[in-house]
Design a binder for this molecule. Sequence first.
Ligand code: DOR
Ligand code: ZN
Length: 455
Amino acid sequence: MSTEADMVDLVIANGILVTPDGMAPGAVAIDGGRILAIGTDDAMPQARRVIDAGGHHVIPGAIDVHVHFREPGFSHKETWASATAAAAIGGVTTVLDMPNTNPPTATAQAVTQKIALASSQALIDFGVYGYLGEDNIADLAPMARAGASAFKLYLGSDNPLVPCPNDGAVLDAMAEIAKLGLRLTVHAENTGILRWREARLRAAGRDDLEAHLEQHADIATVEAVSRIALFSEWTGCKVHIAHESCRHSLPLIADAKRRGVDLTAETCPHYLLLSTDDAERVGGNALRVKPPVRGAGHAGPLFDALSSGLIDMISTDHAPYLPDEKRQASIWRTAPGFPGVETSMRLMLTQVAQGRIGLPDYVRMACEAPARAFGLYPRKGSLLPGTDADIVLIDMAATSTIKAAELHSIGNVTPFEGMATTGAAVMTLVRGHVVMDAGRIVGEPGWGRPLAGRG
Ligand code: DOR
Ligand code: ZN
């Protein structure tokens, strides 16, 4: 007989545990917010609460290293409360938030303020990016000390809040970031090509979706990926290629890795599952995102690269906008981006259900690889004893249809509207605490904690 003192907080029993190495029937014992043990049901200690997984799959929570949760500054598009509710429902337990907020996350004070704001609302754990600009190289180290998890470089930005720095500043900043040991995530497009082409296309009276694609030509991203790999090799700064959209970048990524450059890459469901052939269904200009969803020949090679591990991970570039911002007649006035954290797991599990990847592959690309790249492994992204009990239960038989009106993001226009999905998260735990159960939020805003400063 166990006494109350011997009991652990929670056992998740009767599941199928999934890691990148495989799947096996089993259970997870959780105490004090951490995984105490994994094993067979009969090897589990007595627990104050037992959750019967009912034969569902048990995976580490997904980690999305590329989200725009919009606060401070753009609460009409999204709040930390709405975004992290969407994430919890989507099986995401940790996010890294981008710095193109207002004020931008470009100083230690802005990092501190964003962490405080997010801490008061978040349901899930989070890290924040510091912005790398021409005028704030001296702020990089203070931002790291204030708790920035990584840095973001916008090559190709036309956003005055986060302008693209010149290459000299980038090189100096990368040498500095190499010393700090954090990773630099790069929006890899060539600003000169983008600016020149936009002016030319506008002068020619073009304002259609095709003009957006011509502006963001393949060579604009291929050049920037090549340059950043070289700068990384030169400075020793770890880099991460954001939202890879183009099959022509893949040989460059492969070559950089072969040379031993510490370079990782992500792609997003919209580059894997959509092409410009979907424009009409999506509503034309609403497909706009930077970099663009390209023509039909890119998704297949990107999917293969993700399956093989050449592209390390799946992220979403969650970037919500209101319907009025997305539904504009002119492409230049149409806001770029859409929400992703609530739909990514469902979309990728549908690929699992269709046999394109295995569930262990999904756990590698959605949980383990992001944790490893951003220094979070094994605390996040694993089911190992001693680590945070961020756990998601998956029902691979759950079928449904994506509907914008049912999403929790404020800006909910999605290019996946009407798509049928198979497989979904049915329960999400963050540090041993159930925050989502059967599609309902049951956690409290403020449960989410910043990543920085915790062992
Ligand atoms: O499409 C995009 N939307 N690309 C970006 O780089 C930024 C993002 C946003 O914040 O809206
Ligand atoms: Zn982004």
